[in-house]
Design a protein around this ligand. Sequence first.
Ligand SMILES: NC(=O)C1=CN([C@@H]2O[C@H](COP(=O)(O)OP(=O)(O)OC[C@H]3O[C@@H](n4cnc5c(N)ncnc54)[C@H](O)[C@@H]3O)[C@@H](O)[C@H]2O)C=CC1
Ligand SMILES: O=C(O)C(=O)Cc1ccc(O)cc1
Length: 356
Amino acid sequence: MSDLLPGPVEVVGAGLIGTSIALACRRAGIDVLLSDTSPEHLRTASGLGAGHPKLPGDVAALVVVAVPPDHLGEAIEAALDAAGEDTVVTDVGSVKAAPLAAVAGHRALSRYVGSHPMAGSERSGPLAASADLFSGRPWAITAHAGAAATAVRRVATLVEICGAVPVMLTPAEHDKAVARTSHVPHLLASLVAGTLAGAAPEHLALTGQGVRDVTRVAGGDPALYSQIIGGNSEAVAVLLREVRDRLDLALDAVADGDRAGLESLLAHGLAGTRAIPGKHGGPMQAVAAVHVAVPDHPGELARLFADVGASGVNIEDVRIDHDPGRPVGLVELDVAESRAEELLAALESRGWVTHR
Ligand SMILES: NC(=O)C1=CN([C@@H]2O[C@H](COP(=O)(O)OP(=O)(O)OC[C@H]3O[C@@H](n4cnc5c(N)ncnc54)[C@H](O)[C@@H]3O)[C@@H](O)[C@H]2O)C=CC1
Ligand SMILES: O=C(O)C(=O)Cc1ccc(O)cc1
């Protein structure tokens, strides 16, 4: 337990994010109070060991509001109304200007500090939660000008307890940033995924890893993401117009057979992939993919990872694709470019079928 966060922590909204935070706090030995409008989620989260239902009279040191975006304002206000004089309130909503505007006139505004963990999944509810969800992930802290320094420190302590990396931003800057890194990518993933709905099975049989990578986030709950994206409409619209202009250029280049124009658009995209920070927030490391054919039998992945471990090469990322015609998985290991040849040789010497 931390001196800066003595507990208890109250989590309002025991879904994916709320229960994950609660589990991380419990792991750190902090008492957690839970509340949720869904008795089922409350029961499930309590059963997972995330805490116990809040009782009348319980007072938290920190309230974490983790409800869907459309309900953030009212839930933050209710938390500020009910809290003790020393209680700090944060929320973890994916947009930050709107909930702040909803409570801007509150007498206890100095004890509210917004935040946003940049980690999650396509799944919802407490059963998808994990204490490790935020490990090594950025977590924005969006203090407004009138926030008390003690309140900001308490929220930063929560971020540290969850193993995340704090990033200080104003609410407006945050909303512009996530329009670019989360909301527009989500919308475009959904548009691409939509072209697959109802497609001919013989076309879908040619699905590879690329389309899975591009469409993964589109698997998220449409009701939640319409609130997230709709709650950041101004910043999202600015970027969507930029994308629309490029889409028009792409259409013209394809229709006119303009290879140079097409290459220029693709090169711009490549530059974007290189701008994405690497693991742990550092500069992007040059990685190379090593592909390994793995028989679809119990224990084969464990054997492969043990052999990679024995070679001393670190795996930066891993993906698995399936050969539709054979009982074989194709494992793609991303490793530092400078170590790829060494890994290929080590795996081949142990009998694995590999290629770059
Ligand atoms: N899903 C994700 O990957 C991420 C979501 N967020 C944000 O976290 C918040 C929660 O999202 P998830 O955990 O994914 O959703 P979820 O659907 O898994 O959980 C939301 C929970 O809030 C409860 N709830 C709804 N209205 C309530 C109210 N008025 N009072 C108390 N409980 C209420 C629901 O019953 C549910 O248990 C959202 O604001 C979202 O923008 C932030 C980072 C990542
Ligand atoms: O699934 C992913 O890769 C995500 O990026 C999850 C996510 C979803 C919503 C957020 O507000 C923040 C993170």
